[in-house]
Design a protein around this ligand. Structure first.
Ligand code: COA
Length: 257
């Protein structure tokens, strides 16, 4: 349970909404836990045909709560973030995302594990892991170079460059870019609702077939990234970068060889 995760049922559609406006929907352990529980329950509930993940009309999420990263860094497979991402990775039914405003860190990574993604044209996606002294997570180091080619993936993962919703759609990370947050949510909802008219086990089998090739390799990469990410959170480089964010200053990596 988390007051910052709002669940809504609209017939066969479950909408999971991240709702922590004062911190740009930064994700806490409780929020990951609530989303993992919601996915687990939706997987068991035969009346749920699809899940829609969204934030507000102006912000998807600013990523993992940076204060949490400093005070209570996630520790491996037992962490709530891992439980959430595993639930998403293993979810048998379609998952649709509606993204407006910032989608930082895991806010972009999680899109790689959704089936359909709708973005506002001016949404700002970013994976600033290296900028924070960290490394890519949950399969992005494998998925993105394959999807975009090494050069563009390096721009996003090594430099941590931001990109727009328009670019995300042009590059195949998203299905479609729409004019604003309201239009994005409306289109995502409309597409997610289509699954109510489709045969559920045909959808599930087809999703499994699409995801199966290379899945074991992806699972192994996710484990390796998780191990390294956990180690990196405790390095002086990451502590400098995360503290700098909290203190609203630029990180200084000059003392690191
Ligand atoms: N964790 C914790 N707090 C966060 C946060 C995060 N990931 N992202 C934003 N916040 C907080 C800010 O500290 C600020 O809190 P305060 O009002 O108590 O000072 C509040 O949310 C508003 O954020 P602010 O940075 O002032 O808003 P903005 O509109 O100028 O910028 C973002 C929005 C999303 C671009 C910016 O907050 C950002 O880049 N956050 C990214 C954090 C990050 O690196 N996440 C990745 C983790 S891997």
């Amino acid at each position: 349970m988390s007051e910052h995760i709002h669940l809504e049922r609209d017939q066969g559609l479950l909408i999971i909404r991240m709702q922590r406006a004062d911190k740009m929907n930064a994700l806490t352990r409780a929020m990951y836990g609530a989303m993992a529980d919601a996915l687990d329950a939706a997987g068991e509930d035969r009346s749920v045909r699809a899940v829609l993940i969204t934030g507000s009309e102006t912000c998807f999420t600013s990523g993992n709560d940076v204060a949490d990263f400093i005070q209570a860094p996630p520790s491996g497979l037992d962490s709530e973030v891992f439980r959430f991402m595993k639930a998403l990775f293993d979810f048998a039914k379609p998952v649709v995302a509606a993204v407006s405003g910032p989608a930082v860190g895991i806010g972009t990574t999680l899109l790689l594990h959704c089936d359909l993604v709708y973005v506002a044209r001016d949404a700002k996606l970013k994976m600033p892991f290296v900028n924070l002294g960290l490394c890519p997570e949950f399969g992005s180091s494998l998925i993105l170079p394959r999807m975009l080619g090494h050069a563009r993936a390096a721009q996003l993962l090594l430099l941590g460059e931001a990109f727009t919703g328009e670019q995300a759609a042009a590059w195949g990370i998203a299905n479609e870019a729409l004019d604003d947050g309201a239009a994005t949510l409306a289109r995502a909802r409309e597409m997610a609702q289509r699954f109510e008219q489709l045969a559920p086990s045909a959808v599930a089998v087809s999703k499994r077939l699409m995801r199966e090739p290379g899945r074991e390799e992806l699972r192994q990469v996710i484990m390796e990234e998780g191990e390294l990410f956990g180690q990196r959170l405790r390095t002086p480089e990451a502590i400098e970068a995360l503290s700098a964010f909290m203190q609203r200053r630029k990180p200084d990596f000059s003392r690191f060889a």
